[in-house]
Design a protein around this ligand. Structure first.
Ligand code: ZN
Length: 321
């Protein structure tokens, strides 16, 4: 009896000790692994979680960063694309770049995953394009593998335009970066002249896919503004798309997205540009769009022509001081 009692007591004590240790361990791990912070951006709520080792100071810095990047995306049409979204920050130890990897996961809810090394410091982290690129994906549903040009094109367009609009890039840097992207896409098209619809994930095709799509959205944005005397634009139609069709976490074909955007805008602009780029073996003609915006291309990069009408149009796309 006595023995049993002792054994019972000691096992109870060891259970208590184990529970105590487990709670201690969890309380150390939970802040790093599970606890999510809620961020309000306009009328949307972002739930930001941390995975890996971030200290309190780094967490605060990164929350400020996510808020600033989400605000940049909010500036596209005045609201964040989704009323609720998750953002997961994963600790990176890469010294190549502050945000070496990002992606959007869509399953019942949309989650933006960003791998970030906070040791780079705030200025370097906020100078990275990845967060604005990934959050811009949320403006439309995932267009599937065949619609990659549409998804990546929209994100590549706004990683520059949205950052220019919110002052993260200067006017010149914005157009310069778009031009560099287009040049890379153009080079890839010349190397592998295939219709965009047939371009696969093969090596060397990434630039073609991303920047053909970005050129598509520049051309659409410009055409909408020109046809409506500035009353309509890509942002106004994307806002209508949010109101009718988001959230939508399921893959949706590029063609059905394009048709819906046409219907919402009351134009045929989205499908007209779509027909032009999807079967073409050459890179979309961005030069005529640049010409209409008063952007000159030279060896030294971009410069602006003095033409008030073109300047007005250009500055409607990228509001600069
Ligand atoms: Zn992307």
């Amino acid at each position: 009896m006595e023995n049993t009692k002792v054994t019972f007591k000691s096992s109870k004590r060891s259970l208590r000790l184990k529970t105590f240790l487990l709670i201690g361990l969890l309380s150390l791990l939970i802040p790093n692994l599970i606890r999510a912070e809620s961020l309000r951006v306009k009328n949307s709520r972002l739930e930001v979680s941390f995975s890996g080792s971030f200290n309190q100071e780094q967490r605060q810095m990164l929350l400020g960063w996510i808020k600033e990047m989400a605000t940049s995306v909010t500036d596209i049409y005045g609201e964040f694309p989704l009323d609720r979204a998750k953002v997961k920050l994963v600790r990176s130890y890469s010294w190549r770049e502050p945000v070496p990897w990002g992606e959007v996961q869509r399953w019942q809810q949309s989650q933006v995953v960003l791998h970030v090394n906070p040791e780079f410091g705030y200025q370097r982290v906020r100078g990275d394009w990845t967060a604005v690129h990934e959050m811009s994906h949320l403006l439309l549903p995932y267009a599937g593998e065949r619609g990659r040009w549409l998804s990546e094109g929209l994100a590549s367009y706004y990683q520059n335009i949205a950052r220019g609009n919110s002052g993260l890039l200067s006017e010149k840097e914005t157009w310069q970066k778009l031009f560099h992207g287009f040049r890379r896409g153009e080079r890839s098209s010349k190397r592998y002249p295939q219709p965009l619809s047939k371009v696969t994930r093969r090596r060397g095709s990434t630039m073609r896919i991303y920047w053909s799509g970005a050129a598509y959205f520049l051309k659409v944005d410009l055409a909408l503004r020109q046809a409506s005397n500035g009353n309509q634009s890509l942002p106004t139609v994307l806002k209508q798309y949010k109101d009718c069709c988001l959230p939508n976490h399921r893959p949706t074909s590029a063609l059905s997205i394009v048709s819906k955007l046409d219907e919402l805008s009351g134009t045929g602009i989205f499908s007209k540009e779509y027909e032009q780029i999807i079967h073409s073996k050459v890179f979309p003609d961005y030069r005529s769009a640049f010409e209409d915006l008063g952007i000159k291309l030279g060896w030294g990069g971009v410069s602006f022509t003095v033409d008030p009408t073109k300047e007005q149009l250009r500055r409607a796309i990228v509001k600069s001081d």
